[in-house]
Design a protein around this ligand. Structure first.
Ligand SMILES: NC(=O)c1ccc[n+]([C@@H]2O[C@H](COP(=O)([O-])OP(=O)(O)OC[C@H]3O[C@@H](n4cnc5c(N)ncnc54)[C@H](O)[C@@H]3O)[C@@H](O)[C@H]2O)c1
Ligand SMILES: [Zn+2]
Ligand SMILES: [Zn+2]
Length: 377
């Protein structure tokens, strides 16, 4: 039986917006259908920042954040048959039980049991946390809590991947890159020659642009408020750039003028409701499809005239690019291994675990695309 792991480092968010603190924590053994994972590499996604800031999201502290990572199975709990110690895994914030109606449907990845729940800070099995410090529990985050040398994850939230895949690269497939790429190829589905607008040119948006590029889009219009993004975005197939700050009219009107009535597809990767509305209103009537990916403020309201729908525009949204983590992600990792998908260009920064707060600074200043956090000393 696996025992409690003592004295391993975790970066704990004690309070909203305050730097994470490296702490020695206790990590309880995995319970029924759970797996304890040694995290080797993790990276920072903007969703972690929202829940750390807790401005537009419900506060829950102390908490161990982190959901984009790669690691190795250390031990497994009762009932886990498909993973053994030593397996290489990517934890995913939304799971796949393989038994519910969603898991059985080809159209959904919204597993009834394991779909994302940002307000749950405990394990499903017993409603308790596996992390503690001096006997006091520390909350989990989206079932993954990867800002820790060891974490406990439900088996349904772990994708078993090729052990030859370098975890310091493929860890970015555990959230951002799969999300953006999948939002385009699985949900927006642009056909060859299409015009695609991407709102927000962070890792998620650039992966969405990459999805448009491999789909054969002829024009990819990148929209961002940060002009520093535009030069970088050329590497991801973005052909034109629009900064909403440069115009004194809504960006959807600017895009409609550039494209003779609107784009065929748009993918929103900002998390701001105004950009979501623009992303919808900039698609062409008759056939345009907009896909929302950004995580909105908890009180956000999406407002548009119903005529925009009557005029035959479609609005969709997605978590994790509609990929089912266990069934689909191993094949996405193989795309990287076969050089069909490049990951290196998304990785702009690296820091040791002890300097994890720098990763937050790089993201808040808009300097990084992805910053890899190395757990080993
Ligand atoms: N749906 C999902 O499954 C899922 C998964 C991962 C991330 N997300 C969300 O995707 C979004 C992007 O994540 P990221 O890690 O790439 O973040 P990021 O901070 O690296 O990139 C966001 C980009 O959007 C730009 N931006 C912000 N407001 C804008 C606006 N109004 N108009 C145009 N551009 C604007 C920023 O300048 C930045 O370049 C976040 O909201 C994140 O929470 C969703
Ligand atoms: Zn994420
Ligand atoms: Zn399910």
């Amino acid at each position: 039986m696996p025992s409690v792991i003592l004295g391993f480092a975790a970066a704990v968010a004690w309070e909203a917006g305050k730097p994470l603190v490296m702490e020695e924590v206790e990590v309880a053994p995995p319970q029924k259908m759970e797996v304890r994972v040694k995290i080797l590499f993790t990276s920072l996604c903007h969703t972690d920042v929202y829940f750390w800031e807790a401005k537009g999201q419900n506060p829950m502290f102390p908490r161990i954040l982190g959901h984009e990572a790669g690691g190795i199975v250390e031990s497994v709990g009762e009932g886990v048959t498909e993973l053994v110690p030593g397996d290489h895994v990517l934890p995913v914030f939304t799971g796949e039980c393989k038994e519910c109606a969603h898991c059985k449907s080809e159209e959904s990845n919204m597993c009834d049991l394991l779909r994302i729940n940002t307000d749950r800070g405990v394990m499903i099995h017993d409603g308790k946390s596996r992390f503690s410090k001096n006997g006091k529990p520390i909350y989990h985050f989206v079932g993954t809590s990867t800002f820790s040398e060891y974490t406990v994850v439900h088996v349904g939230c772990l994708a078993k991947i090729n052990p030859l895949a370098p975890l310091d690269k493929v860890c970015v497939l555990s959230c951002g890159i799969s999300t953006g790429f999948g939002a385009t190829v699985n949900v927006a589905k642009p056909i060859k020659g299409s015009t695609v607008a991407v709102f927000g040119l962070g890792a998620v948006g650039l992966a969405a642009a990459e999805g448009a590029r491999v789909s054969g889009a002829s024009r990819i219009i990148g929209v961002d408020l940060n002009p520093n993004r535009f030069e970088q975005a050329k590497q991801f197939g973005v052909t034109e750039f629009v900064n909403p700050k440069d115009y004194n009219k809504p960006v959807q009107e600017v895009i409609a003028e550039m494209t003779d009535g609107g784009v065929d597809r748009s993918v929103e990767c900002t998390g701001h409701v105004d950009a979501m509305i623009s992303a919808f209103e900039c698609v062409h009537d008759g056939w345009g499809v907009a896909v929302l990916v950004g995580v909105p403020h908890k009180d956000a309201v999406f407002k548009t005239h119903p005529m925009n729908f009557l005029n035959e525009r479609t609005l969709k949204g997605t978590f994790f690019g509609n990929y089912k983590p266990r069934s689909d992600i191993p094949a996405v990792v193989e795309k990287y291994m076969n050089k069909e998908l490049e990951l290196e260009k998304f990785i702009t920064h690296q820091v040791p675990f002890s300097e994890i707060n720098k990763a937050f600074d790089y993201m808040l200043k808009g300097e990084s695309i992805r910053c890899i956090i190395r757990m080993e000393h």
